[in-house]
Design a protein around this ligand. Structure first.
Ligand SMILES: Cc1cc2nc3c(=O)[nH]c(=O)nc-3n(C[C@H](O)[C@H](O)[C@H](O)COP(=O)(O)O)c2cc1C
Length: 251
């Protein structure tokens, strides 16, 4: 299984990083008991050259962002992952601007839902406030991208107690069963968003809107229209199964 951890903190080896690495190491240990090999990659957004969205809306129209920077790298890592861990400290009651910049750049993905089938974990950390606002926001955006969120961790405090275990081992053992059996549930909101778009794009096709000039219509028509989300989800999970079988994830 491939895990991609994306950190929105601008501080190296801070609380956010400690929470992410502790969780991944624990998942690695617990999942290995079930014979699931874990490969992980952690990136700090602040290590990349990410420009701000210019608001041209070309991505919505043509499915391509005109800005040439490191976003392609982050997008590739997200698309190749099975489990996306997204983590941010709270800055002024919200996620950091650094992380928001990345989310703005994939705003057009929320119309395409390319991440259906992927799992998500959200971690936020603050001194004392804003965890709810930040995790609620990240969950909303991940769901719009198609990700079903399995865990939300909200940490309060300045720094971590290195001798303390911050995650529940039993819960993670149950979680490993779900990966072992590929028995994933789809978040209710992901289904609702999928159904809303399906209806909308089907209607546009009925109204004879020119498909060839509309990237979103081309995408939905090719990949999703006429299918239920269960079928789409199953297909994406089957791909994951194939990757397991081929042992594509050998280190
Ligand atoms: C600019 C800035 C704004 C912050 N705003 C909040 C806030 O609104 N509420 C809060 O509880 N903590 C706030 N904090 C504290 C951080 O969320 C907290 O120190 C966090 O653990 C830092 O994580 P890191 O070590 O991974 O960078 C803020 C810190 C900074 C630098």
């Amino acid at each position: 299984m491939k895990i991609y951890g994306l950190i929105g903190s601008n501080k190296k080896n801070g609380t956010c990083y400690s929470l992410v690495i502790e969780l991944i190491k624990l998942i690695e240990r617990i999942f290995s008991i079930k014979g699931i090999e874990v490969i992980y990659k952690i990136d700090y957004v602040c290590d990349f050259n990410i420009k701000e969205c210019k608001g041209c809306c070309n991505c919505f129209k043509n499915g391509k962002c005109m800005i040439n920077d490191d976003m392609a790298n982050i997008k590739k890592n997200i698309l190749e992952s099975d489990l996306l861990i997204i983590a941010s400290p709270v800055y002024l009651n919200q996620i950091t601007g650094t992380l928001k910049k990345v989310l703005d750049r994939i705003a057009y993905w929320t119309h395409l839902m390319p991440l259906i089938g992927k799992r998500g974990i959200i971690i936020t950390n603050s001194s004392f406030s804003g965890n709810k606002e930040s995790t609620d926001y990240l969950e909303l955006i991940l769901n719009h991208l198609g990700v079903s969120v399995d865990y939300v961790f909200k940490y309060k405090g300045n720094g971590l107690n290195k001798n303390q275990q911050h995650y529940n081992k039993k819960e993670l053992l149950v979680y490993s069963n779900i990966f072992q059996n590929l028995d994933f549930k789809i978040d209710k909101r992901v289904t609702q968003i999928f159904d809303t778009y399906s209806k909308w794009y089907s209607q546009l096709i009925k109204e004879n809107v020119d498909i060839d000039s509309n990237n979103e219509l081309i995408f939905w028509n090719k990949n999703y229209l006429g299918k239920s989300i269960d079928v789409v989800h199953k297909k994406n999970i089957q791909n994951l199964k194939k990757r397991y079988k081929k042992n594509e994830y050998k280190k």
